[in-house]
Design a protein around this ligand. Sequence first.
Ligand SMILES: Cc1cc2nc3c(=O)[nH]c(=O)nc-3n(C[C@H](O)[C@H](O)[C@H](O)COP(=O)(O)OP(=O)(O)OC[C@H]3O[C@@H](n4cnc5c(N)ncnc54)[C@H](O)[C@@H]3O)c2cc1C
Length: 475
Amino acid sequence: MARALFAFTRDLRLSDHAGLAAAARHGDIVPVLVIDVPSSARLRRSPRRAAWYCAAVRSLDADLRSRGSSLIVRRGKPGPVLRGLARAAGAGVVGWSCGYDAKTMRGDRDLQSALEEAGLRALPVHDQPAVPPEDSAAGHRGGDGYRAFVPYFAQWRTLVPTPDAGSATFAAHDIASEALPQPEEFGAEGIDTGPAGEAHARRTLGAFLALPVLHYGVARNVPAACETSRLSGALSFGLLAAREVVRATCDRASDPFLMAEERSSIRLFLRALAQRDFFLQLGWYNESLAEEPLQAKMRGFAFARAHPLLDAWQIGRTGFPLVDAGMRELIATGWMHPRVRAIAASFLCFDLGVDWRAGRDWWDQLLIEDDPALAAGNWQWVAGVGADLAAYPRIYNPLKQARHFDPSARYIRAWVPELAGLPDVAIFDPVGLRRERQLTLSLFGDGTYPSPGLDHEAAARAFLARYAREVRASA
Ligand SMILES: Cc1cc2nc3c(=O)[nH]c(=O)nc-3n(C[C@H](O)[C@H](O)[C@H](O)COP(=O)(O)OP(=O)(O)OC[C@H]3O[C@@H](n4cnc5c(N)ncnc54)[C@H](O)[C@@H]3O)c2cc1C
C-alpha cells in the first residue's frame, strides 16, 4: 500500500483537514511532528502556550492510536528529518499545512526545496483559514489579496459555508518516535491548561453555538457579559477547522425561530471569523507585515521604544482600571477579552506613544494563541498603520470605555481586587477620586492601586497632532 508522510504544525486534529486529505490521495498517512529550533523557541516564549501545545499533541497522538497509528516525533531540521522519514516509510509525498507569517512562510519554502531536491513531492496546503487566500483573491487586483476588510468580507460571504475538506486513513508503522513534547522542555512545568484537543474544542464550539452565540453582539463588547466563543487557542493550533466553525455557525443561522438580534449576533460572529481569514490572507500576500507598516505613508512614523509607564502597562498598573484589568486577565489566563484588547493596545500606542511591535511582542509572551499573522494585523490595525483605512486612528478613552462597556465595573473588580470595595463612581473617575478622597480612602500609595500615570486627553491630542504632521509630510 502506498504511503504519504504528513507533518503536523498548527493543525493538530484529524477531521476536516485539508492537508491530511490532500496527502491521503497519495497513500495511507504516516503522521509526523517535527520540533525544530524556531518552533521550540516560540514555545519557550510563552509557557502557557507551550503547556497547551503539549496537551494538544498528547490528545492528537491518542486520537491517532485509536485509529491504529501513532505520531512520530522528531527534533531537528524539518528538511533532513522528513527526508529520512520518507525513506524509512517508503513515502514519495510529504504534506503539511501552510503558515501565514513571514518566518513560517520562509521555512515552508526552504522545506519545499529540500524535499524536491531529494526527489520527493512536497505538498503544502492551505488549512488554517476557512477560505484560502487564493480563493478570496481570485479576480481581485491581479490576485494579490485584499488590504481592506469591507470588500474582503463581501467577497468572503459569497464563498461560505465552507465544505468539509475530509480526512485520511493512517498507516500502522513501526518507525520509532522520540518522546512526545513535554512542558518541561519549554520551561512550562506546573501549568495547568485544562483539557486541550480536538474533542474538547468541538464541545466548546457546540456549547457556544447552543446559546451564547445568540448574545455575541453584547459579549464581544462587554467583558463581564456572557462569553465570546473562546475558540482562539483551538483555532490557532488547528484543534478545530475554521471551516467547521463557519459551517456550524451557518447551520445555526438557519434556525427559523431566531429573533432579529439573535440573527445579528450570529452575523457578527461570522464577521469575526472572516476577520481571521482576512488577516491570514494579509500575512500571505504581505510578508513584511510583522515588521513594516502596511500603509506606506506610516513607514517613517517614529513610535517611541520606551515610556516611563511601559512597565506599568505590562503588569497592569497604569492607574486606568480597564486597561489594567485586561492586562491582568492576560497574565493570569493567557487570553484577554477582544474589546479590552483593543483598548489596552490603543493605550500603549497612543497614550504612551509606544511602538505597536513592543506591545505585540509583550503579548506574544503571554498569549496561548500562536498567531503571528493575526497579532501583526490586529496590532497594525489598532496603531493606525495597517489595514484600517480610517483617516485617523481610533483613540479609545479608557475611562469612558470602562463606563460604557463595564457599567457595573464587574470586570474591573474581578481583575483589579484593590478596587473591589470602592463605589462605581470612584472606579470610573480615579482622577477625581485622587483630588477628592485619597486621604480618606488611602487608595494611592505604595502597595496600593496606582494613581493614573498620565492625562489621557492631553496625550491623545499630542499623538494626533504628530500623526497629522506625518500624514501631511508624506502626502
Ligand atoms: C491588538 C490585538 C491583538 C490581537 N491578537 C490576536 C492574536 O494574536 N490571535 C488571535 O486569534 N486574535 C487576536 N486578536 C483578535 C481577537 O481579540 C481575538 O481573536 C479574540 O479576543 C479571541 O477570543 P474569542 O476566541 O472568544 O473570540 P470571538 O470573539 O469569539 O471570535 C471567534 C474567533 O474569530 C477570530 N477573530 C475574532 N476577532 C478577530 C480579529 N480581530 N482578528 C483575527 N481573528 C479574529 C478568532 O479566531 C476568534 O477565536 C487581537 C486583537 C487585538 C485588538
